[in-house]
Every structure is written in structure tokens, then in C-alpha cells.
Design a binder for this molecule. Structure first.
Ligand SMILES: NC(=O)c1ccc[n+]([C@@H]2O[C@H](COP(=O)([O-])OP(=O)(O)OC[C@H]3O[C@@H](n4cnc5c(N)ncnc54)[C@H](O)[C@@H]3O)[C@@H](O)[C@H]2O)c1
Length: 356
């Protein structure tokens, strides 16, 4: 059992962003957009990167997290380093008593996820894992409909993330496409949001079988195409397909079907539904905001999801409740991705134990 969260009552919650690369822009935007938040500092091991971001955003900058923790007034540390480099700064920040928001995936192995979760529990700090797609209205509506039995008994749950990334996407950083620092390819990096949504909406996956391969991006260490079949604890079945090798790239798609209805979502928007009993006006309102069409261009990401998730995290800190996506919640998608990799590598069905 984790400790009761220490409720903080501050007029402004001080944030530090660690890692000033592409996703840091979403965090910084979301912090600025929140009236209860202030950006106190940014950190990057490349000093000029941190300095440039700090000058633009009127905050302190550091090239080491230790120095930042010693000098800046910070309540929350947002970890935006490469996926396999989340744990080290997270452990340092947790030990210093800072709450943590960590980008997806939480980390790239179960052991590294567990080390972060344990450190946060030990030091009584709040841990949130970024899965901003959970905050979009259409995904929440479908999650609630399944939970309330509006679609009847669940039969099929599928997710398709058929994207294209050019070779330059992998070449522009030293970590993308590496086993150690990306932890995997199309599934661990690009499709993990939909891995998360699928198991969040459909419930636990109990067994998987899979194929994975490198079909276009021959120079990377991990897969650029994967297909898995899933069995859920409810008895429902599913297909999960992810790629960064298909031209021109398609909207990510989620298909949720039950005996009494279902829904199809594309890029987090509701495109078809049966059984929800909502009028066209409500449906249009639900479909007003989502995450952007990133199927062929990662920079098309909208920052709305990060705004909503950071707002939820601040609310959690100020009221003492758990954040909507806790560390344990964020770990579930990593666990499922790793089980799919194990199934693809072994050619065997892999059962998930859900021992937490
Ligand atoms: N939520 C989303 O939709 C989304 C989208 C893109 C990326 N991400 C995730 O965000 C993370 C970062 O991805 P990115 O594309 O921004 O990477 P990036 O390579 O653009 O940026 C990472 C930055 O971290 C810095 N860094 C590395 N080690 C550091 C350390 N110990 N201390 C401080 N800085 C350090 C690097 O110098 C670099 O500037 C990854 O985990 C990725 O999966 C999430």
C-alpha cells in the first residue's frame, strides 16, 4: 500500500522539465497554460539546449538534475529524456522529494519501471505516467460505455497504428530505434498510447501471440512492424497492429465491439458508434478536440492532451487523490508490449500474470 499522499497547497506548483527535446515543448506549453503552474527550471545535458529553452521561457536552466534540485524551487519534475533514460533522473528527483510526471513509456523494462514506482512510494511522492490520449473526450466516452455495459458483453477490441516515419526520424537522435534506449520500435514507441487505451477500455489482456519484424528500417535494432493477437480476461479477443514502415501512414484506429454495440475511433475521434445513445450535437462536441494526426508527421502532435493531463496531476496533488494515470497504470502498457515482444521472439503464446 502506498502512503497517503501529502497534500500540497500552493498558489503555484513549480515544475522543472528534464530533457529539452521535442516532447518538452508539449510539457512547457501545458505548464504555461495552467494558472496553477509555473515553469521554474529546465535541464538538459546539452547546456546550449537548456539555455535556449530557458531564455525563451524566462526560467532557470541547468545541465544537471542534481544542480537543479539544489538551486531551483520545484515541486514536480517532468521527465522528458529518452525512454530508456527515464529511470536515473526519476530516482534522483524522487529521492529529493519531488513529484514526478514521466513521459511514455514509463521505462523500457519491467525492472526499471518497478524501480521508479518503488522509489516514489518509498519517498512518498506522487508519480504520474504520461498517456495523454486517455484524456480525450471520445476515448473517455467509450471507456465509460464499456464500464457501464452499454455495448453488452465485449467481443472484439482492436488497435491499428499504421504509421510512416522516414529514415531521418531515426537518424536525428542517437536513441530512437535502439533496444536499450527506445526499448522497442513501432509498438513500444509509437503505438504504446493505443496499447494503453486498448487495455484501459477492454480490461486486462491475459495472453498474446505475435509476429514482429524490421521490414523497411533495416538500420534500426527494433521492429518497424508488429501484429499481435490478444485474449482479454473478459473472454474478448483482439488484434493489435503497429508499424512505422507503411506509406503514406493512416490515422490510428481503435475498434471496440460488444454484443449490443460498439465504437470505432480514428485519431481519438469517434467515427462510428452504436449503442451510445448520444445526439449529433453531443457527438460533434466530443469530436472537437483530440491529439492531432501524427501518422506521418510527429510534429503534428496537439498539446491539448498534455494540458489536460498536467491539469489532472495538479488537481491530484492539491486534493490528495491519485492522478488519473498513476505509475502502476502506466506500467501496464509496458508490461503488455514486453509480453508481445516475448511472444514474437519465442513464437509461443505468452500469458500475462498481472502480479503488479
Ligand atoms: N506523449 C507523447 O505523445 C510523446 C511524443 C514524443 C515523445 N515522447 C516521449 O518523450 C521522451 C523524449 O522524446 P523526445 O522525442 O523529446 O526526445 P529528444 O531526443 O528530442 O529529447 C531528449 C532530450 O533529453 C536530453 N537528455 C538526455 N539525458 C538527459 C539527462 N540525464 N538529463 C537531462 N537531459 C537529458 C537530450 O539531450 C535531449 O535534448 C521519450 O520517452 C518519448 O517516448 C512522448
Amino acid at each position: 500500500m502506498r502512503h497517503i499522499l501529502e497534500v500540497i497547497d500552493l498558489s503555484k506548483v513549480g515544475f522543472a522539465v528534464v530533457g529539452c527535446g521535442s516532447i518538452s515543448k508539449a510539457h512547457i506549453h501545458a505548464i504555461h497554460a495552467n494558472q496553477r503552474a509555473t515553469l521554474s527550471a529546465v535541464v538538459d545535458i546539452v547546456p546550449e539546449r537548456a539555455k535556449a529553452v530557458a531564455e525563451k521561457n524566462n526560467c532557470l536552466w541547468f545541465s544537471s538534475i542534481e544542480e537543479m534540485l539544489a538551486k531551483a524551487n520545484v515541486d514536480v519534475v517532468n521527465i522528458c529524456t529518452a525512454s530508456g533514460l527515464h529511470m536515473e533522473p526519476a530516482l534522483i528527483a524522487a529521492q529529493a522529494g519531488k513529484h514526478l510526471m514521466i513521459e511514455k513509456p514509463l521505462e523500457v523494462t519491467r525492472e526499471r519501471c518497478d524501480a521508479i514506482i518503488s522509489a516514489c512510494e518509498e519517498h512518498n511522492v506522487v508519480l504520474g505516467g504520461i498517456f495523454q490520449c486517455r484524456f480525450f473526450a471520445a476515448n473517455q466516452l467509450v471507456k465509460q460505455a464499456v464500464a457501464e455495459g452499454k455495448f453488452g458483453q465485449m467481443v472484439l477490441g482492436n488497435a491499428f497504428v499504421k504509421w510512416y516515419r522516414p529514415p531521418s526520424y531515426y537518424a536525428e537522435t542517437s536513441w530512437r530505434g535502439t533496444r536499450r534506449f527506445d526499448g522497442g520500435g513501432a509498438l513500444m514507441n509509437q503505438a504504446i498510447h493505443h496499447v494503453d487505451l486498448l487495455q484501459w477500455i477492454m480490461g486486462q489482456v491475459t495472453s498474446v501471440q505475435a509476429f514482429s519484424d524490421r521490414l523497411l528500417h533495416k538500420h534500426i535494432e527494433v521492429e518497424d512492424a508488429v501484429t499481435a493477437i490478444l485474449r482479454f480476461a473478459s473472454g474478448a479477443m483482439g488484434i493489435l497492429q503497429a508499424s512505422t514502415a507503411v506509406q503514406p501512414g493512416y490515422p490510428k484506429r481503435l475498434e471496440i465491439h460488444g454484443t449490443m454495440g460498439g465504437a470505432i475511433l480514428e485519431d481519438d475521434l469517434l467515427v462510428e458508434q452504436s449503442g451510445l445513445k448520444i445526439d449529433p450535437k453531443t457527438e460533434a462536441a466530443i469530436n472537437q478536440h483530440a491529439g492531432g494526426a501524427t501518422h506521418s508527421d510527429p510534429t503534428a502532435l496537439s498539446y491539448l492532451g498534455h494540458e489536460l493531463q498536467i491539469s489532472d496531476f495538479i488537481e491530484a496533488l492539491c486534493t490528495g487523490r491519485e492522478p488519473a494515470v498513476s505509475g502502476r497504470e502506466a506500467r501496464k502498457a509496458v508490461d503488455l508490449v514486453l509480453a508481445i515482444y516475448e511472444a514474437a521472439e519465442s513464437g509461443q503464446m505468452v500469458r500475462l500474470t498481472h502480479d503488479g
